[in-house]
Design a protein around this ligand. Structure first.
Ligand code: ADP
Ligand SMILES: O=C(O)[C@@H](O)C(=O)COP(=O)(O)O
Length: 421
C-alpha cells in the first residue's frame, strides 16, 4: 500500500513532532532517521517521515540530502511531500529553508509552494507575514539568542527573500478568512506573477484547515507540524482521531496528552540536554533537583570527565542528567559541534552501560545522539507532551527514546520521562 504523505524534516525533533501530528490525525506513521537504503521494505502505513540533520549544515549538503529523501519517498509512492522546518523558522540568511524548498519544489515540477510555520497549539501564529511566539514577535522571543540560528527578524517574507533568488509574497489573513476558494485564487494569481513562495498567514487550526483544502493541487507544501496535521486531517477525510501505530502496545499510565503510554523497556535512564532554549533551561533546572546531574562545559578534558562521572552514577535502576545547556551569558561561542559530539559520546556510553531510556533535549543534539546510537528508525508512540512522542527503536536491545524539541514540553517533562510509566 502506498503512503499518502511523505515528509522530509530538517532535524530529528522536528521529525518526531510531525510524526506525532500525523499519528494524532489517525495516520499510521513510520519514522526514519536519514534516508533508508533503496531496498528497504515499508510496513503498511499512511505517512512516512524522514528526519534529516540538515538545519545547520552548508546549503549544498542540505539540498543533496533532502533531494535524496524526496526521491526515496517518491519511489515508495508518496503522493505529496511536506517539507518540515521549525515553527520558529530556525535558519540563517544562507538557508537552509529557502535553498532546500527551491530544490524540492523544482524537482516536483511545481512552480509555487506555501510557507506556513504556524503551529497554534504551540503558540506559533503568523499575521501579515510576521511570526509570533506566544504574544511576542519572533525577533523579541528567546529565539533571538539561539546559539546556531538566532532569529532577529520576524517578517518571514523578508527572512525568506534573503534565502532564495525567487520571489516571495504574502497571502494575508484577510484572504485566508475568506476560505479555501479565496486562498486558491490568491495562490493562482501569485503563481501567474512568478511567485515561488507564498507565505500564508494563520492564527488558528481552522485557518490551517483552510490552507490545506486550498492546496490539494500542490505537490510540495512547507511548514511546521500545524499545517502537517491539517493536511493529514484533510487527507483522512476530516476525521482526525487518536491514530494508532502498530508495534507499540501496553498501557502503563497516561502522558500529557491523556493517551496510553507505551510500555517502555526496563533499565536506567539518561537525560542529555544540549538545547539552550528557555523551556529546556527550566526543565533542566527541575530535573537537576531530582537526580544526579553533570554540567558538561566546553573545555579540555570535559568528555573523559563526563564519562567517568557517568560510570560512577549510572547504576542499574538510576536516572541521571548530563547537560551542556546554559543561559545566554554563560554559553561558549563556537563550541556547539564539540558539545554535540560530547553528549553523543556520553549517550553511546550510557547505552553500553545498560541505559534503555534515553531522553534528549534539542534538535541538533538529538541528531548527534541518535546517530551515535546507530538508530535508523523507530515506531512512534504516544506523546509525553504535545509534539514529543515516545519512540521505540526497532534494533536490539530496544531503546525508548524521547527527543524533545528545545521549546517544547512542560517544566517537569524531563523528570516525568525518567519515571516508571
Ligand atoms: N553552553 C553552550 N554554549 C554554546 N553552544 C551550546 C551550549 N550548549 C549547547 N550548545 C549548542 O547549541 C545548539 C542547540 O541546538 P539544539 O540541540 O537544536 O537545541 P534547540 O532544540 O533548542 O534548538 C547545539 O548545537 C548545542 O551543541
Ligand atoms: O517545529 C518545531 O518547533 C519543532 O518541531 C522543531 O523543529 C524544533 O526544533 P528544535 O527546537 O531545534 O528541537
Amino acid at each position: 500500500m502506498s503512503p499518502l504523505l511523505g515528509c522530509v524534516a530538517d532535524d530529528y525533533t522536528g521529525g518526531t513532532d510531525v510524526a506525532a501530528a500525523y499519528r494524532r490525525s489517525g495516520l499510521r506513521t513510520v519514522l526514519f532517521f536519514g534516508t533508508p537504503p533503496a531496498e528497504t521494505t515499508l510496513p503498511p502505513c499512511d505517512a512516512v517521515v524522514i528526519a534529516l540533520k540538515t538545519r545547520s549544515i552548508p546549503p549544498a549538503e542540505a539540498i543533496t540530502a533532502s533531494r535524496q529523501a524526496q526521491d526515496w519517498l517518491t519511489a515508495q509512492g508518496a503522493r505529496r511531500l511536506y517539507v518540515k522546518y521549525c515553527s520558529t523558522f530556525d535558519s540563517t540568511d544562507q538557508g537552509n529553508i529557502g535553498p532546500v524548498t527551491d530544490a524540492l519544489v523544482k524537482a516536483s515540477g511545481a512552480n509555487l509552494t506555501v510557507v506556513c510555520p504556524a503551529s497554534p497549539e504551540h503558540g506559533r501564529t503568523l499575521y501579515q507575514g510576521h511570526l509570533f511566539v506566544g504574544d511576542r514577535p519572533l525577533a523579541e522571543s528567546p529565539m533571538r539568542h539561539h546559539p546556531l540560528t538566532p532569529m532577529t527578524d520576524s517578517d518571514l517574507v523578508r527572512v525568506l527573500s534573503r534565502q532564495t533568488p525567487h520571489p516571495v509574497a504574502l497571502v494575508p489573513l484577510q484572504t485566508v478568512e475568506r476560505g479555501p476558494a479565496a486562498v486558491r485564487e490568491a495562490l493562482d494569481d501569485l503563481a501567474a506573477q512568478g511567485v515561488r513562495h507564498a507565505v500564508t498567514d494563520a492564527l488558528t487550526d481552522g485557518h490551517l484547515g483552510t490552507i490545506a483544502r486550498a492546496t490539494t493541487h500542490l505537490p510540495v507544501l512547507t511548514g511546521a507540524a500545524g499545517l502537517a496535521r491539517a493536511l493529514a486531517i484533510d487527507a483522512t477525510g476530516g476525521t482526525g482521531g487518536t491514530g494508532g501505530i502498530g508495534g507499540i502496545g501496553g498501557i502503563g499510565g497516561t502522558g500529557g496528552t491523556g493517551e496510553a503510554m507505551p510500555e517502555l523497556p526496563p533499565g536506567p535512564s539518561v537525560i542529555l540536554a544540549g538545547s539552550c532554549s528557555a523551556a529546556t533551561l527550566e526543565q533542566v533546572a527541575h530535573a537537576r533537583d531530582h537526580m544526579p546531574a553533570h554540567h558538561l562545559r566546553a573545555r579540555d578534558g570535559a568528555l573523559p570527565e563526563a564519562l567517568t562521572w557517568l560510570e560512577t552514577h549510572l547504576g542499574q535502576e538510576s536516572r541521571v542528567i548530563v547537560h551542556t545547556s546554559a543561559p545566554p551569558g554563560r554559553r561558549s561561542p563556537a563550541a556547539a559541534p564539540f558539545l554535540e559530539r560530547a553528549l553523543a559520546a556520553v549517550a553511546a556510553r550510557a547505552a553500553e552501560l545498560g541505559a534503555r531510556r534515553i531522553v534528549v533535549a534539542g534538535g541538533e543534539t538529538s541528531g548527534a545522539v541518535v546517530n551515535a546510537l546507530g538508530v535508523s528508525g523507530a515506531v512512534v508512540g504516544a506523546e509525553a507532551d504535545r509534539g514529543v512522542p515516545w519512540l521505540l527503536t526497532t534494533g536490539r536491545p530496544p531503546l525508548a527514546l524521547l527527543l524533545k524539541s528545545g521549546n517544547f514540553g512542560r517544566p517537569d517533562l524531563l523528570l516525568r520521562a525518567t519515571e516508571a510509566p
